[in-house]
Design a protein around this ligand. Structure first.
Ligand code: SF4
Length: 404
């Protein structure tokens, strides 16, 4: 039986790019390695179902906006047909890769209710927009699993239309805004589409999304634009304030990060990593030394809901018992706790490992919910296949297993 693959080598050094991408800039404030390390990692965790769905919705909006659908169809119907088509393309890509095959079908991985809600919101958006079908061909979805190459123009540039380049070498900013349009003379409207929620718990526009469009504005102004208006678009368009105060704050932040990350410099990965709740969305976890040290410590104390570390666990293998529902794996974690991972697919090869070997599980599902006084404690029981057949518990569809 094939044993699980070895844990990817840790990222030791990263090279700082010449340009920053506004769409990833917000994460630089929390953990620089999460942005700079992707191209240095030998293996990445699969993208989350939410991130994949966001990419699909984004593509559907762009095709609808550009009229790539049959002119005779009502907008909402065209929207659902396009969504089904692009989802099929995405699922064909995901099914062809071992690490993502279990995410298919996406609507089941996400949960039918949440999927339907996303589709409903997309249809509502389509119904409200002034869209013109042109019978044009739908552009195919790009490679969902590719790491962005980070290439593009090097000279000052402002494009209009969809996926429009904004390049400001003097500020080290380069990115593609979802849409740039000139609806008022001498004024550019820069719009970024968001498929998820736009507001935080306090009702404020999400800080990272707001920062992203403000960086586009800085780039546009540096590249020669006159007046600029900024919008975030989910179900509706929301205006993002942009004036002297916002310009000053955004520029100061950009300058600070630019000084910390000089262009072309090779930096040690370790000081760039800042483990925290945001590690949950990070695909570098198996190759991030700081995360692997921090995870077990973080789980020693119950965490506030939403602040808990990812559902990963690792330690020394004690034994594997094969039953009707797959392998039951027992391991001892770094805190000395006995951890049980149930319903593991025997094809993962954990049964071929010897007791005493280190084993790592990323993206598990919890079998128990350990809450006390409003805080969440680290589960001791996890699963890949849910013991209740999926009635209440979810399948760990993105699970990745490694040996140490
Ligand atoms: S795992 Fe956490 S600490 Fe490591 S790069 Fe990702 S976000 Fe940063």
């Amino acid at each position: 039986m094939t044993r699980p693959p070895p844990l990817p080598a840790p990222i030791e050094r990263v090279e700082v790019p010449a340009f920053f991408s506004p769409s990833h800039f917000g994460a630089l404030r929390w953990c620089k390695l999460s942005v700079l390390g992707e191209r240095s990692a030998s293996a990445l965790l699969p993208p989350s179902v939410y991130a994949l769905t966001g990419t699909i919705v984004h593509h559907v909006r762009r095709e609808l906006s550009e009229g790539h659908w049959r002119a005779g169809l009502p907008q909402e119907e065209a929207c659902s047909l396009l969504l089904a088509d692009i989802t099929r393309q995405a699922e064909a890509q995901l099914a062809a890769t071992a690490g993502t095959a279990a995410i298919v079908p996406l609507r089941e991985a996400m949960g039918l209710r949440i999927w339907e809600l996303r589709e409903l919101r997309l249809r509502r958006w389509a119904a409200r927009m002034v869209l013109q079908g042109k019978n044009g061909p739908v552009r195919p979805l790009g490679d969902l699993l590719a790491v962005p190459a980070g290439q593009g123009p090097y000279t000052p540039l402002i494009e209009t239309g969809d996926e429009a380049w904004l390049v400001a070498p003097s500020l080290r900013l380069r990115g593609r805004a979802d849409r740039i349009e000139q609806t008022v003379p001498s004024t550019l409207d820069i719009v970024d589409f968001k498929s998820g929620r736009l507001h935080d718990e306090e009702g404020q526009l999400l800080p990272d999304a707001t920062l992203q469009v403000r960086l586009y504005a800085l780039a546009a102004e540096a590249a020669g634009a006159g007046a600029v208006r900024l919008f975030l678009e989910g179900d509706d368009r929301h205006r993002v304030p942009w004036g002297g105060t916002e310009r000053g704050e955004t520029r100061a932040l950009l300058e600070t990060i630019s000084e910390e990350l000089p262009s072309g410099k090779a930096l040690s990965a370790r000081p760039l990593a800042e483990p925290g709740p945001r590690c949950r969305d990070c695909r570098l976890r198996p190759s991030c030394r700081r995360y692997l040290q921090w995870g077990p410590k973080a789980w020693m104390h119950p965490q506030l809901p939403g602040q808990e570390p990812p559902l990963d666990v690792w330690g020394t293998l004690e034994r594997v018992v094969t039953g009707a529902r797959g392998d039951t794996v027992e391991l001892r974690d770094a805190n000395g706790n006995l951890i049980i991972v149930d319903g593991v697919n025997p094809a993962r090869g954990v049964g071929a490992m010897a007791a005493g070997e280190p084993v790592y599980f990323f993206e598990l599902e919890r079998t128990e919910d350990r809450r006390a006084h409003g805080r969440v404690a680290h589960p001791r029981n996890f699963h890949e296949s849910p013991p209740d057949g999926g009635r209440r518990l979810r399948q760990a569809r993105s699970l990745q297993v490694f040996r140490g």
